[in-house]
Design a protein around this ligand. Structure first.
Ligand code: MG
Length: 352
C-alpha cells in the first residue's frame, strides 16, 4: 500500500489528509512533491531525458550536449536579509545547471506581476537579478512579462531557465553515488530557510540571519579537475540536505550514513531552529551543495572547496554504504542510529 493510500504510514507531522486538491505540501520538495511529479506530471510528459530527474536535463543538440534547467520562484517575502527574489531566481537556476557539471551560457526570465506592485520594489528585484547574472558572467538573453489583476498573485513571481554546455570529462549525476564514496557538504546549512522565516514572521534574533543565496558555479569549478571522481553534486534547496540525500540514495540505489556531530549549523541558525521546532537538515539552502566523491580524493576535495569563500566551511558529512539501499541513516551523537526520511509535506512553504 502506498503512503497516499495509507496516511497512517506517513511520519508525523502529516500536513493534511489525502484529498483531490493541490496542497501547499505538494510544493515542499518532500514526499508529496515527489508524488505530485510521479502521478500527475511524469505519466503525461515522460521521456528518457526527463525521467533522469537530474537538476538539469541533458539534451543532445547539433553534435553537442546542453544542460537545461527551469525553475519558478514564489518566495515570500520578496525581499529578505541576504537577497531578494531576483537574485535568488538567478542563483537557483545557475546552481541547477552547475550541479550537472555544465557551464552556464545564458538565462531567460519570465515575470508574472500583480497589479499594484510597487515599481520601486520591481526595480530593486531586477537590479539584483541583473547584478547576480553579471557576477556569474551569464547574460539574461530573453524574457517575458505578464500582469494579473490585484489579488491574483502575491506581488511577483519569476521563472528562469538556464542553458549550459556539458563537460564530457566532468559529469556528476544523481545516479552515480557508489558504496565507499565520501559525502561532503560545502557550507553550514539552514541559513536561507531561517532568514526567510525570520523575515516573514517578524522574528528578531540576536544576530540577523542572512540567506546564503549564491551562485555555486565557482565552487564547482574548483572540483572540475577531479573529473569523474566527483560522482554526485546536488544543491540542497527546498527540503534541505535531508531531501537531497534521500533523492541521491534513491537514484543510485545505495544507502547513505551521516554523522550528527558533523552537521554544520551556524550557532544563531541552530538557536532559531530550536526555537521554532525545525530540524536544520530539512531547512532550505540556496548556496550549499552536497558532494559525493571517491574516498581517496575526499581530503583533496575538501581542501579545494575550502580554498573558496563559498566553501570555507566545507566538511565531511558521512559516507555511502552498501547496506540499507535507498535509506539515509543518521548516526546520533549518543551512538544510536535513526532514519532520515523525506518529510511528507512542508516545514516552511514558499521558501524559494
Ligand atoms: Mg537543484
Amino acid at each position: 500500500m502506498s503512503d497516499a493510500a495509507n496516511p497512517a504510514a506517513l511520519s508525523c507531522p502529516v500536513p493534511l489528509e489525502v484529498t483531490d486538491r493541490v496542497q501547499l505540501g505538494h510544493g515542499s520538495g518532500g514526499k508529496l512533491s515527489a508524488q505530485l511529479v510521479a502521478r500527475h506530471f511524469l505519466p503525461h510528459f515522460d521521456n528518457p531525458i526527463l525521467s533522469q530527474l537530474g537538476d538539469a536535463a541533458v539534451v543532445g543538440v547539433a553534435g553537442g550536449e546542453l544542460a537545461i534547467s527551469t525553475d519558478s520562484f514564489v518566495v515570500h517575502p520578496l525581499e529578505f536579509p541576504g537577497g531578494n527574489i531576483g537574485a535568488l531566481a538567478v542563483h537557483g537556476t545557475l546552481n541547477d545547471v552547475a550541479m550537472m557539471g555544465a557551464r552556464a551560457a545564458c538565462l531567460t526570465a519570465g515575470f508574472v506581476l500583480e497589479e499594484g506592485l510597487s515599481l520601486a520594489v520591481l526595480d530593486r528585484v531586477t537590479a539584483a537579478m541583473a547584478q547576480a547574472a553579471r557576477d556569474a558572467g551569464v547574460p539574461i538573453v530573453a524574457g517575458d512579462t505578464k500582469v494579473v489583476e490585484r489579488g491574483k498573485a502575491d506581488g511577483l513571481y519569476i521563472n528562469t531557465t538556464g542553458v549550459g554546455a556539458m563537460d564530457s570529462a566532468f559529469r556528476p549525476a544523481p545516479a552515480r553515488a557508489q558504496a565507499g564514496d565520501a559525502v561532503l557538504v560545502s557550507a553550514p546549512i539552514a541559513r536561507h530557510g531561517m532568514a526567510i522565516m525570520a523575515a516573514r514572521e517578524g522574528l528578531s534574533f540576536q544576530s540577523a540571519i542572512t540567506s546564503d543565496s549564491a551562485c555555486l558555479a565557482p565552487l564547482v569549478d574548483r572540483l572540475r579537475h577531479f573529473g569523474m571522481d566527483v560522482h554526485v553534486l546536488r544543491d540542497a534547496t527546498r527540503g534541505g540536505v535531508a531531501s537531497a540525500l534521500n533523492e541521491i540514495a534513491a537514484a543510485s540505489d545505495v544507502g547513505i550514513e551521516i554523522d550528527e556531530a558533523a552537521i554544520p549549523v551556524p550557532g544563531d541558525v541552530r538557536a532559531a531552529c530550536e526555537l521554532l521546532g525545525l530540524d536544520p537538515l530539512y531547512v532550505a539552502n540556496e548556496g550549499v551543495m552536497v558532494v559525493f566523491v571517491a574516498e581517496e580524493r575526499a581530503e583533496e576535495a575538501l581542501r579545494a572547496l575550502r580554498a573558496h569563500a563559498l566553501g570555507a566551511g566545507a566538511v565531511r558529512l558521512g559516507r555511502v554504504v552498501a547496506a540499507h539501499a535507498r535509506l539515509v541513516a543518521l548516526r546520533t551523537a549518543l551512538g544510536g542510529t535513526r532514519v532520515v526520511d523525506l518529510l511528507p509535506g512542508d516545514q516552511l512553504p514558499r521558501i524559494c
